[in-house]
Design a protein around this ligand. Structure first.
Ligand code: ZN
Length: 343
């Protein structure tokens, strides 16, 4: 059993991008209702998030951009073709980034083994100087730098299983060998980046691992990629903590995606990363909500991830028998062998 906590706060509902926008407060409501319906609401500690300071946001973002977002307070401002700031967006975005830091603090203090931050707005598309793809501040990238600056952590692994490529996170650490970024994503698709030949640059070459997947990739292909590519690279890298951009838009019925992952599949991915965290870094694992636009996918997917990271460690290996790596993942692995001899 692991000590698992989570973050959810009323202010995360206040960021609103307009009626009909898929990245809606109803997404958190679906998760919150699931927490009530399961044992989680009583059993898992709910942490109180704190807002990030502007100095912390500036670990990743330009000061001018932070000023631009601060100036949207109390207004509705269009930032990007699909991203809007509402009157409370700046406050919610500070609390989203801060929520992840609260999770990180709890795990580093050994108060909890792992945590899940149910925050809005999400973050992995946000670039240093602009909002993008429903994202304002790059919550997970800020938390990674915070770990290094405030907790003296050396090496961090970020896994991004969202449907979309985490361009903002990749760019933040593209030349940095201390932060290993590993992503699976539908490709070609929004935002356009994420080919496996994008491997990092300079000292960071080999520390960006992109696995592009074709449409209709399912549970077993995801799991075998995590276990046969992500696992050996992570074992060689030896991170001190694992951060996860958890997107539920790879769910089989997601309105924006074309993947076939089931609720059970999300549980297997959660279990795979929990096992890796227990083997490599004392169980330290922090997940954050990115995308996911089917309310059923969110409630059932998050439920299975919470089960996998909090309860008895589920068995994984039997699900891998006879499963081959998808073609694009196998091609990517050939390239990664240049950097990671354990592959
Ligand atoms: Zn997404």
């Amino acid at each position: 059993m692991q000590r698992t906590g989570y973050i959810l706060h009323p202010l995360y509902y206040e960021h609103q991008m307009g009626l009909g926008h898929p990245e809606s407060p109803a997404r958190l409501q679906a998760i919150e209702e699931m927490l009530f319906e399961t044992r989680f609401y009583e059993e898992l500690p709910r942490l109180e998030p704190r807002p990030a300071t502007t100095n912390e946001i500036a670990y990743i973002h330009d000061r001018n951009y932070i000023q631009t977002i601060a100036a949207t307070s109390g207004k509705t401002v269009y930032l990007d073709p699909d991203t809007t700031a509402s009157p409370s967006t700046y406050a919610a975005a500070l609390l989203a980034a801060g929520g992840l830091m609260t999770c990180v603090d709890a795990v580093m203090a050994k108060k909890l083994d792992n945590t899940f931050a149910f925050v809005r707005p999400p973050g992995h598309h946000a670039e240093s100087d602009h909002a993008m793809g429903f994202c304002i501040f790059n919550n997970i990238a800020i938390a990674a730098r915070y770990l290094q600056k405030k907790h003296q952590v050396g090496k961090i692994l970020i896994v991004d299983w969202d449907l979309h490529h985490g361009n903002g996170t990749q760019h933040a650490f593209y030349e940095d060998p201390s932060i290993l970024f590993m992503s699976t994503h539908q490709y070609p698709y929004y935002p356009g980046s994420g080919h496996f030949r994008e491997v990092g640059a300079g000292k960071g070459e080999g520390y960006t691992i992109n696995i592009p997947f074709p449409i209709r990739t399912g549970d077993k292909e995801y799991l075998v990629t995590f276990e046969r590519i992500f696992r050996p690279i992570a074992e060689a890298f030896r991170p001190e903590i694992i951060l996860v951009s958890a997107g539920f838009d790879i769910y089989c019925e997601d309105p924006l995606g074309g993947m076939l992952v089931t609720a059970k599949g999300f549980g297997l991915l959660g279990a795979s990363l929990r096992r890796l965290a227990e083997e490599l870094c004392g169980g330290r694992l922090v997940l954050t909500l990115e995308g996911g636009y089917s309310l059923t996918g969110l409630s059932s997917g998050v439920r299975e991830v919470l089960r996998a990271i909090s309860g008895k460690l589920p068995e994984i290996d039997s699900h891998l028998q006879g499963v081959e790596l998808p073609e694009t993942a196998a091609a990517a692995r050939e390239l990664f062998r240049r950097y990671w001899k354990t592959l």
